[in-house]
Design a protein around this ligand. Structure first.
Ligand code: HEM
Ligand SMILES: *[C@@H]1O[C@H](CO)[C@@H](O)[C@H](O)[C@H]1NC(C)=O
Ligand SMILES: *[C@@H]1O[C@H](CO)[C@@H](O)[C@H](O)[C@H]1NC(C)=O
Ligand SMILES: *[C@@H]1O[C@H](CO)[C@@H](O)[C@H](O)[C@H]1NC(C)=O
Ligand SMILES: *[C@@H]1O[C@H](CO)[C@@H](O)[C@H](O)[C@H]1NC(C)=O
Length: 346
């Protein structure tokens, strides 16, 4: 299946890339689309993607819960300042980076990415960007969770601009309605179908109680429950997530230890059950439930929930992930390749 990734890009495409690199500078977005390609490391580091997959197998053998975490990292990297690996940078000299911006973002897997990077530095020093490692690791995480394989475009370079505030400006919060979600995603050139498809990422992994406390206990401020949540599922969630105790650190979103599955019963397996879950129960977050409030996203949820084969969804997923992976990327001479993802070069 993954022999595919050794495929040479067609010569026309490579020509296009070369041309784009000359013309560019100002027109970042279009150049980016032209310059990313499947198999970018073919010549400079042909084993790059094999190394990532091999390390990912080892990493997930040690901790299977890192699969969803690494998928999520790609989403966050892309949405905050573009897929440029800047999510990995550690704060320095009193400047807070996006990584350290909000502790309640609960991003995990930084060490896993550094581990893959360290191995790649021994075989192909200063060749493979952290942004590409994150994109490939996300694909492998899906694949190793019994989801689809798809060709990942590579050729991203890393950014060293990281602004803590962007985190809040670029990522829709979990209590978003569909209008908010569409606004956040359209800024990244992702449409309603892309939203419906990408939300299927919530087929794997867990959440802390923080993001759902309001939905369970104080939806409109009158100590009520979100009516879009099915009563049976709400009762189940309330058992796992008791009411927040003020001052106990479990109200803010991510400090408490309890984790609830995003797709109960199937949170290790990347599959279509997320869509059946959303349709039947309203899903874990208000943003998941919001898919039912728009005709396009709702139709899509209903279609996938009923699908007998995952093939069509998997094909849509590949397209949407590749599209998300093009968000504001740095290519050609832009950006840099760092020896360590988390450390500024100077
Ligand atoms: C409106 C859009 C989205 C919102 C509001 C949202 C929100 C969240 C929240 C609050 C969590 C739980 C974090 C925690 O408490 O540990 C989470 C987990 C997760 N999200 Fe999203 N998300 C969105 C879109 C996406 C997309 C597009 C992807 C993939 C491309 C994604 C992948 C994941 C995964 C895999 C997890 C599980 C992480 C783990 O188990 O460590 N999310 N998301
Ligand atoms: C699935 O959810 C349970 C909590 O209900 C958790 O213990 C387990 O680690 C989760 N699996 C993954 C892969 O996140
Ligand atoms: C419920 O929400 C209202 C309005 O946001 C807030 O004033 C109140 O403090 C909340 N109550 C609890 C117990 O969190
Ligand atoms: C994280 O917590 C801060 C402070 O408690 C809050 O203002 C912010 O909205 C939270 N962010 C998310 C994404 O939940
Ligand atoms: C940031 O990256 C640029 C290349 O895009 C480089 O010229 C510059 O020195 C880097 N700055 C820092 C602080 O690492």
């Amino acid at each position: 299946m993954w022999r595919e990734r050794r495929r040479q890009p067609p010569p026309q495409l490579r020509l296009l890339v070369a041309a784009a690199m000359v013309v560019v500078v100002g027109a970042l977005a279009s150049a980016a689309e032209a310059a990313l390609q499947v198999g970018f490391y073919q010549d400079k580091c042909p084993i790059a993607e094999d190394v990532v997959l091999e390390e990912m197998r080892l990493i997930l053998m040690e901790d299977a819960t890192l699969a969803p975490s690494l998928l999520r990292m790609h989403y966050h990297d892309c949405f905050v300042q573009g897929c440029d690996g800047s999510i990995m940078l550690r704060s320095r000299k009193g400047k807070t980076t996006e990584r350290d911006a909000l502790p309640n973002r609960s991003i995990r897997g930084f060490d896993a990415i550094e581990r893959i990077k360290a191995r790649l530095e021994t075989v192909c020093p200063l060749i493979v960007s952290c942004a590409d490692i994150i994109a490939v690791a996300a694909r492998d995480a899906v694949y190793l969770s019994h989801g689809p394989w798809y060709d990942v475009e590579t050729g991203r370079r890393d950014g060293n601009v990281t602004v803590a505030e962007y985190v809040e400006n670029d990522l829709p919060p979990p209590d978003s309605n569909i209008v908010d979600v569409k606004t956040f995603f359209s800024v990244k050139s992702l449409n309603s179908k892309d939203i419906a498809v990408l939300f299927g990422c919530h087929s794997i992994g867990t959440s802390h109680c923080g993001p759902i406390q309001k939905r369970l206990y104080n939806f409109t401020g009158n100590m009520d429950q979100d009516p879009s949540l099915s009563p049976a599922y709400a009762a189940e969630l309330k058992k796992l997530c008791p009411p927040p105790r003020p001052g106990a650190g479990d109200e803010g979103g991510g400090e408490g230890k309890t984790k609830v599955p995003m797709d109960p019963g199937s949170n290790y397996t990347f599959d279509l059950s997320y869509y059946r879950h959303v349709l039947a129960t309203g899903g874990l977050f208000q943003s998941d439930a919001s898919l039912l409030d728009d005709p396009v996203t709702r139709d899509y949820v209903e279609k996938v929930a009923k699908a007998l084969s995952p093939d069509e969804y998997y094909a849509d997923f590949a397209v949407a992930m590749v599209k998300m992976g093009r968000t504001d990327v740095l290519v050609g001479d832009l950006g840099e390749i760092r020896p360590t993802c988390g450390i500024f070069v100077d």
